[in-house]
Design a protein around this ligand. Structure first.
Ligand code: ARG
Ligand code: ASP
Length: 719
């Protein structure tokens, strides 16, 4: 797996501040840091229209949707817009064979038909405060055993609760407070949030629209996906968060977005507010190389093998295709992301750019007599080098075994069952067998096929044993050599043949005649346990590096902030609310090729392929297309808009983010990036990176003309 790294003789210049469209900006700093540039690009609003510390502003219409997406409020009655892929699991959970909302879409015709979703929440950000001085004072005072207080969520949230006061929290149900570290722990903000847990599904297009193009088009531009779904937030009679109750009423929000169907044009100002998850802007050159040569190399290589085998089985058998559709999608999503990141690392010489920045810091620090910065860099280089082997083993274990082989996830805590079987207490035995059966069904579920797992396990185990040195493999694997002469295929066959988890017949036979001895010697359970234990050991060994690494990196970033001045750079994404701005723009992916910034329904029809589930176009959409029945949503040239691209700097978590024009009106919903742009998680690529956005006119057209749910538009402010 060693890669020949071509080091280019490039002269790289380090920009003192961010590229024009680069950045995920923190709202309280926006005014000083970026507002003038935004206005120069065309923004017509004042800074307090976007963010006001004490009164209502645009940011109040933007919410955290569920665990990892963004959503926006678009009506005074609590309608929330997000992506189809963000509401996917909710739509899936309401679907049955008779009412298959994933396939057919869903539209509530009345409020009563809006469907509750236990576990789903919508969170507003009420208040943002700079608490850097407060945290610094406490860090001085408090005991810090692991040396990680300055980044520890548990520690920081205790401080947040203390600062807010328990009484305040009790008097405000649904209110939560949290302190988050920025610039690797050089700055802190406290967020006061309000979390609503009665969120109901209002509507979703069929997957053939909401997921059109599926994996083939994922991370791709030009794009033709109607990736949206619609929900509504409910509250108690006082407008406070409350668990689901029939008596709850639609939330009357502080703020909702106005919608513009006037459309967009190339070079128009565009901005987004959202919750980007994680970026690695402050990677050192050594981490860039580590990411490419270990993390991405292992991921790409192993998933190539796994996905090929999975796809073969999916294409052979429609039952397998349904079972593995979602697993395949999530595997390819991260796989393509890693490929795109490597492409960008090479294309824009990230490693050399970082090296140059480090050299610049070292030279500056020498002049300023600040030896701690060069020292921090030396330490970071050392740690990356020291953790190399462990990191490789850990990635191999995760990708090839823990994720790659599904049965390594079977329940291995069988001691209670075995103990009960050894004892005389019949009731206890029955109870334990009942629990074991439940766990078995949870594993052996509608997304599992032992045939597929067996085939993939053979490939994964062979590759793992080939690439990881024998002494670095779990000790238990020695039986593969001893008993099976190193033949991993025969070993895997043996596991499936003998284990109670190997196939449903084995399990029923065991349940008929349960025995502690069989359970304790089950080879698949023992194998899974060995992998799970190895995983724990590796995580713990690697975490020994973490606290040193984090504190050296904090010092390194402190140096950068001092050298550049803290007005010029933005902190890494950390799932907190951010603003990014830029322009509606196409791009040139290759010599002589230019991708325009707007796609239309014509492109949907060009991609149509009734034989391929990814590109089926529903009959009704075709009929509307043929009749040119686009209502007020058509463009000046008569075409129906579908998606557009913009230079905004986004990442995972920005899905569902509102895209706003110069007047702050909603023009689209962000849902993806192009694969050439995913390297932007490390370093923005002005000429390549684009956010992929579903045009709001397509969304309204689908609600109004396609679904016949035009009554919902009456709640919205559309201009
Ligand atoms: N690439 C998009 C985002 O990360 C969309 C993912 C969902 N779609 C899919 N085909 N897997 O996360
Ligand atoms: N598709 C991503 C998301 O789900 C967005 C991105 O990575 O650009 O958040």
């Amino acid at each position: 797996m060693k890669k020949l790294i071509l080091v280019w003789a490039l002269s790289v210049s380090v920009p003192p501040c961010a590229d024009a469209d680069e950045g995920m900006w923190v709202l309280p700093l926006l005014k000083q840091q970026k507002f003038a540039e935004m206005q120069a690009l065309g923004l017509k609003l004042q800074d307090y229209d976007i963010y006001h510390p004490d009164s209502s502003s645009l940011k109040d219409a933007v919410v955290i949707f569920g665990g990892g997406c963004t959503g926006e409020i678009i009506s005074p009655e609590g309608l929330v817009l997000t992506n189809h892929h963000c509401g996917y699991s909710q739509i899936q959970r309401h679907s049955t064979l008779e009412h298959d909302y994933l396939t057919d879409g869903y539209w509530a015709l009345t409020r009563e038909q809006e469907l509750p979703n236990p576990g789903l929440s919508v969170t507003f950000i009420d208040k943002i405060e700079d608490v850097t001085a407060y945290v610094a004072a406490r860090l001085e005072k408090d005991e810090d055993l692991g040396g990680m207080n300055f980044l520890s969520p548990a520690y920081l949230n205790t401080l947040a609760r203390e600062k807010a006061g328990e009484q305040f929290l009790q008097e405000h149900p649904g209110t939560e407070v949290e302190i988050r570290a920025f610039y690797e722990g050089n700055q802190y903000y406290m967020f006061t949030k309000k979390k609503y847990s009665d969120v109901r599904l209002v509507g979703a297009p069929p997957s053939s629209v909401g997921k059109f193009g599926a994996d083939t088009d994922n991370w791709m531009w030009p794009r033709h996906t109607g990736d949206f779904s619609l929900f509504r937030v409910y509250a108690d009679a006082n407008g406070n968060p409350a668990e689901y109750a029939e008596t709850n009423v639609p939330l009357r929000p502080k703020r909702w977005l106005k919608i513009s169907i006037k459309g967009i044009e190339e070079n128009d100002f565009a901005m987004m507010i959202g919750f980007p998850g994680r970026t690695n802007k402050y990677y050192t050159s050594w981490e860039v190389a580590e990411r490419r040569d270990i993390d991405n190399a292992v991921r790409i290589h192993i998933r190539d093998l796994r996905q090929k085998a999975m796809l073969e089985e999916m294409l052979k058998d429609p039952d397998v295709r349904i079972r593995y559709a979602s697993k395949y999608a999530s595997s390819t999503n991260a796989h393509k992301n890693a490929i795109g990141a490597d492409w960008a690392i090479q294309k824009r010489a990230f490693e050399q750019v970082r090296q140059a920045e480090q050299d610049k810091l070292i030279a500056w620090a020498e002049q300023m007599n600040k030896p701690e910065y060069p020292e921090a860099l030396r330490m970071l280089e050392q740690i990356v080098s020291d953790r190399k082997n462990l990191r490789f083993r850990s990635w191999m274990l995760d990708e090839a075994l823990a994720r790659g082989i599904e049965f390594t996830g079977i329940p291995t805590d069988i001691q209670a069952v075995a103990d009960a079987l050894k004892g005389k207490d019949k009731a206890r035995q029955q109870e334990q067998i009942r629990l074991l059966t439940l766990a078995y069904h949870r594993f052996f579920n509608a997304t599992y096929s032992p045939k597929v797992d067996k085939k993939i396990a053979k490939i994964m185990l062979k590759e793992y044993r080939h690439l990881v040195p024998a002494h670095a493999q779990p000790a238990r694997f020695s039986i593969i050599d001893k008993k099976f002469k190193g033949d991993t295929d025969r070993f895997v066959e043996h596991l499936f043949h003998t284990s109670i988890y190997g196939n449903p017949d084995n399990f029923s036979a065991f349940i008929q005649n349960p025995s502690a001895r069989v359970l304790e010697r089950d080879p698949m359970i023992l194998f899974a346990k060995a992998v799970q234990e190895e995983r724990k050991a590796l995580v713990s060994a690697l975490s020994d590096f973490d606290s040193n690494f984090a504190s050296e990196r904090r010092t390194y970033v402190k140096g950068l902030l001092e050298m550049y001045g803290d007005q010029a750079v933005f902190p890494d994404a950390n799932s907190t609310i951010r603003l990014t701005y830029g322009q509606v723009k196409g791009y040139s992916p290759r010599d002589a090729v230019y991708y325009q910034c707007q796609t239309t329904l014509d492109g949907v029809m060009e991609k149509e392929d009734p034989e391929n589930w990814e590109f089926v176009v529903p009959q009704r959409l075709k009929a509307l297309y043929e009749a040119h029945d686009f209502g007020p949503y058509r463009m000046a040239d008569g075409k129906m808009p579908v998606a557009f691209s913009a230079t905004t700097h986004t990442t995972g978590g920005n899905s569902g983010s509102p895209v706003l024009n110069a007047r702050g009106e909603l023009t689209g919903i962000n849902f993806d990036r192009n694969w050439e742009g995913v390297g932007g998680d490390i370093q923005y690529l002005p000429d390549y990176q684009r956010s992929i956005i579903v045009d709001i006119r397509y969304v309204l057209f689908l609600i109004d003309k396609y679904a016949g749910a035009g009554y919902l538009l009456k709640e919205m402010e559309i201009d």
